[in-house]
Ligand binder design. Structure first.
Ligand code: AMP
Ligand code: TRP
Length: 331
């Protein structure tokens, strides 16, 4: 089985990215039936909205350190930077030419981001899901682990794969999304009906894996809840408490039911204290590792190896795709 996923280097990696994505990559890397597992830094995706050059470079390197600090093992997972494998941009173009404007305009992430974009909406913001489909189809990935917000893009990927296969003959594996049952949508700490997002203008809304540990605890302790006083999972009426229960459940590998029983007679302050400590204890060792790695040569070694391997797989596939379409001379 082949697995692939990526994260955009567009700011601080949040607890949402960690619980919805990276923690699952770390779990999946030990599965026995894996032939290839690729995790990349989606820098080409990041430029769909304006980026500062120095910030972007910093964020790319930081994300690679985060991957490693969270426990991705380069012997099991190839880590690479998307723009260092040109075939991503090349297949992205091919898929743009097989996608329809209407289906791209229907993507909810596009509609949301378009609303928030003040300085003009780039064409890339619209066509981004076809690039993402390319990231996946280029490697014949069977499984794609992501958070819930990518579900629609993964469905489009499947549609594009099937459409291409029907038009040009069997070419692509149609991938299966892998969206975790718990943690697929961690919510904002200040507005728990909204997704926790690294681009939230209010830093209290999200926890960055690189926040100071005391700041992390404070953010959890001041998370918006309700005045009902019971610790129960109820998304509609108690979104804040439900979110904290989800976070604690993912980190401690305890079911929500067991947590509800444990905190049956507790008040919010005690409960929040426990969540804050659990999150802090999970993140502390990640930060220590991160600090050791961020300026080491090891990052380049990992990235060189990942780049070479990804290019090898991707170019082989790209040749096949070009041949199916009739581009260039037969190779
Ligand atoms: P992005 O930051 O948009 O590049 O997302 C990287 C990965 O993190 C994707 O798999 C997302 O689905 C996942 N993700 C982002 N935000 C959240 C969140 N609030 N809860 C769970 N997963 C998330
Ligand atoms: N679009 C994804 C996000 O914003 C990141 C991404 C790009 C991705 N290419 C991918 C995820 C391929 C999985 C597979 O979260």
């Amino acid at each position: 089985m082949r697995i692939i996923s990526g994260i955009q280097p567009s700011g601080n990696i949040t607890l949402g990215n960690y619980l919805g994505a990276v923690k699952n990559f770390v779990k999946l890397q030990d599965k026995e039936d894996i032939t290839d597992f690729l995790v990349f830094v989606a820098d080409l995706h990041a430029i769909t909205v304006p980026q500062d050059k120095a910030e972007l470079r910093k964020n790319i390197k930081s994300l690679v350190s985060i991957y490693l600090a969270c426990g991705l093992n380069p012997e099991k997972v190839k880590i690479f930077i998307q723009s260092e494998v040109p075939a991503h941009a090349q297949i992205g173009w091919v898929l743009q030419c097989n996608g329809y404007i209407g289906e791209l305009e229907r993507m909810t992430q596009y509609k949301d981001k378009k609303e928030r974009q003040v300085a003009g909406v780039s064409v890339g913001l619209l066509t981004y899901p076809s690039l993402m489909a390319g990231d996946i189809l280029l490697y014949d990935a069977d499984m794609v682990p992501t958070g819930l917000d990518q579900k629609q893009h993964l469905e489009l990927t499947r549609d594009l794969a099937e459409r291409f296969n029907n038009k040009y003959g069997e070419t692509f594996v149609v991938p299966t999304p892998f969206i975790p049952e718990a943690g697929a949508k961690i919510m904002s700490l200040t507005e728990p009906t909204k997704k926790m997002s690294k681009s939230d203008p209010n830093p209290k809304a999200y926890i960055s894996l690189l926040d100071d540990i005391n700041v992390i605890k404070k953010k959890i302790k001041s998370a918006v809840t309700d005045s009902d006083g019971t610790i129960k999972y109820d998304i509609d009426n108690k979104p804040g408490i439900s979110n904290l229960l989800t976070i604690l459940s993912c980190i401690t590998n305890t079911s929500i039911k067991d947590l509800e029983a444990k905190y049956k007679d507790s008040n919010y302050a005690t409960f929040k204290e426990d969540v804050a400590n659990a999150v802090a204890n999970e993140i502390m060792p990640i930060q220590e590792k991160y600090n050791e790695l961020i300026n080491s040569k090891y990052l380049d070694e990992v990235l060189d190896q990942g780049r070479d391997y990804a290019n090898y797989l991707a170019n082989k596939k790209l040749n096949k795709i070009y041949n199916k379409i009739g581009l260039g001379r037969k190779r």
